[in-house]
Every structure is written in C-alpha cells, then in structure tokens.
Design a protein around this ligand. Sequence first.
Ligand code: ADP
Ligand code: MG
Length: 739
Amino acid sequence: MSIIRLDQVAKYYKSEETVSVGMKKISLSFDLGEFVAVTGESGSGKSTLLNVISGLDGYEDGELYLFDEETSHYTIADWERYRGAYIGFVFQNYNIIDSYSVYQNVMLALEIQGYPKKDRKKRAFELIEKVGLTSHRHHKASKLSGGQKQRAVIARALAKDCPVIVADEPTGNLDSQSATQIMKLLHEISEGKLVIVVTHDYDQVKSYATRKIKMHDGEVVEDKVLHKIEHPIEAKPVELKKTSIWTLFRFAIRNLFSTPKKTLFLLIMQILVISVFTLIYTDQMKNIRERGLEQSQIFPNVPETRVLIEKRDGSEFSISEIESFRNLNHVNEIYEHSSLFYNELDLTIQGLNGYGYGYIQGTDSAISLSESEITGRIPVAIDEVVISSYWQSFNIGDTIELYNGYYYEEANQVSFGQFKVVGIDNQDRHIIYFSDAYLKQDIEIEEQLDISRYENTRSSISYQMTFDYESASVYIERAYESMDVDIMFVGNGEQTLLEDQTIEINTYSSTGIKLEKVLTGLTVIVYAEDENSYYKRVMMDQVLYDQLVEDFLLEVEFEYMLPERNMLSLSVTGYYQGNQIIEEVDSNIYKVYYPANISSPSREVLVFLSGLLAIVLLSLFGLFLYAIVHAVTRNVMNARKKDFAIYRSIGANQTSLAKLVVIEQVMMAVIGFGLTLVILNVLSSSIPMIGRTLPYMEIQDYIILILAFVLFGLWLGLRFNKKVFKQTVIETLSASKGE
Ligand code: ADP
Ligand code: MG
C-alpha cells in the first residue's frame, strides 16, 4: 500500500480573469522510506504538487488517496487532522515564529501535538542538538541566520515524529555550505520516513535521493527510482490530542510576553480606552446615584460631605466614643459642636463694603476641599473662609459678614461674625467653608444662635401672615404708624368702617409648620380701591401685629427653644463614605442623620430615566472607543497571520487557534482593566474628579464593566478569527513571503 497516491490529480489557480494551471493530471504514488527529489524549472508545478500532497492546498480534478482513503470529501477539519498526524513541513522561506526562541518553536510543535509533558523538554533539547543549535536554543528566531532558521524548522518538523516530511526548496535561500548541511540533515532524519524535497539543485541531493521526479509545465516528465526500497514500512501516524484550554492559556501568555513591545503598545491603548470609558461610566453612575438624593427637610444645608450622629438617649458623647468615631475608616474629622454649622438655619452672606449678598446653601469644613479645587488657599485662621465662585461679587481679600435668613436686610437679622475670604471654590457649590480652627473652637455663640433661631422663626412668621379675603390670600403688613383701627385696607376712595369683624390668620414657621388663629371683634376700615392699584395692601395695628407674632412664636417655641442637641458632625469625603458611616454606626445606641440621603418616588422615576439614557450613551460611546481599539488591534493581528499559519502547518486546528485568539484578546481586556483600576486608584488621591467619582462604584458596576470589556475582547477575537481563517495556510504563507 502506498501511503500517498495521486490519480490524475489536477490543480488550477483561478483568479478573477485568468485560470492558470498548477499541475496537470498527475498520477504518482509514494511509500515510506523514500527520499524523493523533485526538480524542474521555476513555475513547473513543484510547489503545487507538494502543497496538494500535504493538504495545504486543495485540488480540482482526479483523486488523492491518503492511506488508501479518498480525500475529495475531506473537510477542513479532516485536512487539519491529516496534516497534524502525518506531515512535517520545511519551507524555503523558513516559516518560523520570529518572536519565539528556537526552543519555543520546537516546543510549540510538541505542545500542539500533546506530547507527554514530562518528556517534552528532553525531546526538544535532543532535536535541537540533532540540528546543531544547542548553543542557540534560547536565541530568538529573528536573530538567527538563514541556515540556522532552517535547521530550527527541521527540528520543529521532526518534533512531531510524523511519517512524512515535505521540504519545498529548503535550501533556496542558503549559501552552498549551509545548503549541504541541511540536505545532509534531512537525509539523516529520513530513516523510515517519506521525505519529499523540492530542489532546483539536484546535485545537492544526488547522493541521498532514492527517487527523482522531474516536472515541466505542470506535468511529470521524469520519474526515476534510483534505489529500490526493499521493505516498505507501515506508516505509524502521530497520535493527536486535543489542545487543552490550559495549553492555549500558556500559548496566549507566551505570545503576550514574546512580543513585549507590541503587547505593551496594545495594553497602553486598551488602558487609555478602558479608563476613559470607566471614568465616564463612573461619572454617569455618580450622577444617577446623586440624582436619587434630596436634601433633608430638617437639615437642609448639610452637604454630602457631612454626617450627623446623636445618641438615641440624647446623652453626651464620651471622649472614647468620639475617638472611636474618629478612627473609622471613612471619617476625616469630627466636630463636636455640630450646631456651629448652622445648617438648621438659612444663611446669607453679605459683602462688608455694602455690595454683594447671596443665599448660602450649606456650610462645611475646609478639609473637604483640596488645593486644586480652589483659587487662593485653604482657610487656616478662625476668621478665614472659602466661598463659592457662585457669588461673583466677592473676591479674595474681601471681608464678608454672615447673617441668618434668606435675604440680606431681613428684619431682626443676627450676625454670625465677619470673615476674610482667602479662597474661591472653583465649582459652583453654594457652600461656605470654614477653617478647622473656627469649627473646633468652643464657641459661646449658642446663645446668639438661639436668638438667631428665634429671630429666624419670627421673621418667617411675620413674613407670611395672610388671611382669606374675597377668595384670595392677602398678605398683612405691620402698620408703620399707629392706627385707630385694628386692620386697614389701603385704597384711595371712599371709606367704610366695619365693627366686630372675624378673620382667620394663617402663617408658617421657619420649618414649615402651619399656624392658624381666629381673631374676633376687630374694627376694620376699608378705603375703596383705587382703579389703578392692582394689589391689595392690608395694614395691621402694630400692637396687635406684634402680639399675634408672639402668640404664634409660643406655638412653635420648640423650634428655637430646643435644648442644644448633643450631636457630632463627621466630615467624610463623599456620598459613598457617608453611607458607609450609616452602615457602620447606626445602631440602637447611635442615630445617624445623613441629610444627603433622602430620596422620593418622583426622584426614582427620574433616576430610572436618566439611567436609561446613560446606558444608551455609554453603549454608543463604548462602540466608538472600541472601533479605535479594533482598528489598531487589527493591524497588529494582521502582522501575526503568518504565525497563525505556522501554528496550523504544525498541526494546530482551527478551533484551537480560534480559542487562542479569543483567549489572548480577553486576557488583554482583563489585564487592561486590572491595570486601569490600579492606575485610577493611584490617581484618585491627586485628581479630585476621580477621587470623588470612584467611590460611587459598587461591586455590580465592576462586574458590569469587566463583563463589557471581556465581551469586547471576545468580539475582537471572533472578528480576527473570521479573517485569519478565511485564507488557506498556503495562501497566508505565500502572502507573507514578501515581508
Ligand atoms: P514551482 O514551485 O515549480 O516554481 P508552482 O507550483 O509554484 O511552481 O507554480 C506552478 C504554476 O502555477 C505556475 O505557472 C504559477 O504561476 C502558478 N501558480 C502557483 N501558485 C499560484 C497562485 N497562488 N495563483 C495563481 N497561480 C499560481
Ligand atoms: Mg515553488
């Protein structure tokens, strides 16, 4: 039985316009033990013959029998199996993986074949020694001379111990001395194998060849047996094992390390893209999560950087308790006189030169600021503050005064002192930042604060006293001079005096509590309205007015007469840390108030919608970024097509290679993401934008991100597979010949 038999096999190369003949109806058969020299001028069809025999290329006509089996029905997988089990290749242009060492090139063949692990190394060294490359075994293939490369390829072809070795002009690019050595080497290893060598220089193999085939114009013109093979040997195919996923992992890692520059380049690009995407993602998440928040009604002005704690029994904190809070991970500082933040009050800022005023939305400690967030500097002295760029009328160096109330020049305003502006917060937070020195001092301002609270409530009551008149709510003003009647409707016309009237007065306290009172037996004078006046003015007698306010004040006395609460104010970095504090501290002993944390159903709808929008935007943006990665990676991968063809020529099948490509891409994505996280965490201490958004990330966010990147890696891998395997091995190899 011949192991390879061609029966009228013809091969044509079809291009769009032309069809050229590779070989014409050739019939030949080969046995083990033969050393066949194929000669003929260039273009005579030698390579075509070899490629068809070795299953690297298909044929059009006739039948190729391999081990007496027809091959016209062979699938890609069948050919892969055949090549893997029977054929070792040596090509003219030394198809060697340049980025691997000699040893790695030889090992690759053993690994793909699934050669027993414990013997692999020994066998690789033996083969390398056989081809005389022992001293070069750890050199990169790209550093070898042509002859050395070819010897390494022969060692690799031998590694499989397969019955057939085909060599297509293996000495074509070598000097005559190296050429002689290579031919000798091929002869030495030909024992018991079928070796088919294509050569343009028959003299080189004359002494070894057992048979000579000469080709001309796609036909065999001479087939001469020089030495008869007496006892043809039975072919013993190599046993092929499936390449395990772990082997592929090893390959992937080796590939990444064997081209460090390329890997680094791809990695840097991945990291850039991944960090941009991650930052945008985290920023979106931050926005979504913040949008779910609404300020507390009770502490309307406490920013997200502050958490308030009190004991459920209202008692004072001991020093050791305070210390234990200070030692909490997320706590930056503790202020014992929490009320010094005045957040239960509305605060107004006023420029002392008589210009500029504004409403303050919150107060905070300057330790929550970083230098880079402000122009100027962080306040240090007791009377120094940082204010927001929102109040543009103030500059660094100005002196400002703080008052209670919504507006400057409200009645009965209480001053909280004068401060020097030393810095402007570059972000538009309407917050005023005090120095630690100010916040930590044992201020006796409590009394003043009580007055202020009292005044605040008083002004809010008097500000909005109304009663219903002709189904409209009418504001009542305190008369500026004494009147003979209790209430006066101001107009220009005729006057009517009404006795014994009853009206119901309404108002609200500063915390929004509704107050009502019915007044009876009033004397009211109504001046007919002026046609031109479009609003009604109603005056109330001063004494009556003041009495009313005092009565109402009594009703909400607790608002300003509350005993000072033993409350601690914890300074934290952001919303994430604030919530951590709740988890760590809130218990049946301590109650944690986190004003930033209050949400409502209407907010939740908003959060859901903005989440949806964010997902769409993120997806689009992600696709855009990955188009970039894709373009770059594609170029890098194209350069590796030859390597993959070599893998296939050694016996790696398409499925394994497809997996390898995917594993490599996924690995890059995972490593890239890991490094990105490390980098972002390192940067977060110096770049406040990152430092503030990163903590918003929750476990599920990381899972979502890593999944997204892994999926993209997968997708990239699959795309390249499609490209890489569109071509046959021989097409790829001849395409890369020029490189
Ligand atoms: P040799 O190896 O003896 O130089 P080849 O087998 O490479 O000859 O080529 C035989 C014939 O087939 C030549 O005419 C060559 O032009 C043609 N041929 C070989 N490969 C291709 C190809 N990929 N596409 C088109 N024609 C080809
Ligand atoms: Mg050729």
